[in-house]
Design a protein. Sequence first.
Length: 66
Amino acid sequence: MSEFANWRRSSQSGTGGGNCVEVAQNLPGTALLRDSKLGTDSPVLAVSPHRFTAFLDAIKSDRLDG
């Protein structure tokens, strides 16, 4: 599945020591995430688009601990 993904890097890439996330949202019903430093060797996390949007909303509103 991830071989058909159109990966894009986080807008925050290049900050914070090179910790980067890539996301692909071009596959129906799935959002894929991976570590950009590992590229094609990275494990891929697949989530529903709804869950991914909820995750982003939580980050933006500072609702995550850590």
